[in-house]
Design a protein around this ligand. Structure first.
Ligand code: PLP
Length: 367
């Protein structure tokens, strides 16, 4: 274990502020009003307000990492007769298909490859030809590559065809402005340790209340029953069904406060975008190429192609950066050799400047 405190340039958990970590220095009682009413209920309200100006939505917090909430939504929102169209261009879309498969949920996967956007006409023709499809599920910012999917266009289709629309906005919610009512989203999923900049431990779902209210008794799992979790929180004013991640929740409340202090989602988006543009420009100057074209890109994370030549090893590059207090992320794309650099979290322009100098230092294959 090194004592060196490094900057996480990863898609979460990410580098959090000192004050977010400090908020965890308190032991809450899960029966106490200070915690349930004072913290949990407030978070639920704030999340709904962050997601939309509409009054038609509610939010549910759920123990576990982001995937738990994705699984809870698929397992609770789809009835036994329902079928979901999963639009996929990366590992997180593929994970939704894996979940549907495991839970015995009827599904069709439209996989458009890892470096392309889904074709809206293709989705439309799938909806035309397969009347059994009742739900559409898609990832917004596909963290595998950093690609940003067209949630608005797909939302318009969902509305036109009267289909329930599920969006995994894990790595974009809080970092990219959106109004989920305008986007026709019925279920939006994200987690504590991404763009809100909290610590890991729970995920959350912002759902159209009338849709969620129809989900009683549907869940394929006890712990991942989104409806039951919601009912408990509603009826007992912020009470979680099972042990809640109290320290993580306190950190999250502080993280939401800091998001507001920064100027809200628009200001955070601006910072991430500046980080990402500066990163890409600097990396290109050093000779690196991005996996994706600029117009496909989210401001969240960037996949770079591994340098050519026999000398480069990710692990060696990684270690050399870590020695300089920067932690990057391996690639996840199946077709190309990549590494990834995230720029969400407590990461500012000066950090990117310092990172670029560290990268130049670490390019051992070039020397
Ligand atoms: C992080 C992430 C998830 C959830 O991953 P966990 O490891 O379960 O937290 C899901 N989808 C996307 C797009 C993500 O970036």
């Amino acid at each position: 274990m090194t004592s060196l405190n490094y900057l996480l340039l990863t898609p979460g958990p990410l580098t959090t502020s000192h004050s977010v970590k400090e908020a965890m220095l308190f032991d809450s009682c899960t029966w106490d009003d200070d915690y349930n009413l004072g913290v949990v209920e407030k978070i639920r309200q704030q999340l709904t307000q962050l997601a939309t100006a509409s009054e038609d939505y509610t939010s549910v917090l759920l123990q576990g990492s982001g995937s738990y909430a994705v699984e809870a939504v698929l397992g609770s929102a789809l009835g036994p007769q329902d079928k979901v169209l999963i639009v996929s261009n990366g590992a997180y879309g593929a994970r939704m298909a894996e979940m549907a498969n495991l839970m015995g949920i009827a599904h069709h996967v439209y996989d458009c490859g890892e470096t392309a956007l889904p074709d809206i006409h293709k989705i439309e023709s799938l909806l035309d030809t397969d009347a059994a499809i009742t739900h559409i599920a898609m990832v917004h910012s596909e963290t595998t590559t950093g690609i940003l999917n067209p949630i608005e266009e797909v939302g318009q289709l969902a509305k036109r065809y009267g289909r329930t629309y599920i969006v995994d906005a894990m790595s974009s919610f809080g970092g990219i402005p959106m109004d989920i009512a305008e986007l026709n989203i019925d279920y939006l999923i994200s987690s504590a340790n991404k763009c809100i900049q909290g610590v890991p431990g729970f995920a959350f779902v912002i759902a159209r209340t009338v849709k969620l209210a129809e989900c009683a008794g549907r869940s394929r799992s006890l712990s991942l029953d989104l409806y039951a979790q919601w009912k408990c929180m509603e009826e007992h004013h912020g009470k979680w069904r099972f042990t809640s991640p109290t320290h993580t929740v306190l950190a999250f409340a502080q993280a939401l406060k800091e998001l507001a202090e920064e100027g809200g989602v628009a200001a955070r988006h601006q910072r991430y975008q500046n980080n990402q543009r500066k990163l890409v420009a600097g990396m290109r100057e050093l000779g690196f190429k991005t996996l994706l074209d600029d117009e496909l890109h989210s401001p969240i994370i960037t996949a770079f192609l591994a340098p050519e030549g026999p000398q480069y090893r990710f692990k060696e590059f990684y270690e050399r950066l870590k020695q300089q207090a920067f932690v990057i992320y391996p690639g996840k794309v199946s077709q190309s050799n990549c590494f990834r650099i995230g720029n969400i979290g407590e990461v500012y322009e000066a950090d990117i400047t310092a990172l670029l100098a560290a990268v130049q230092n670490a390019m051992y294959w070039n020397k």
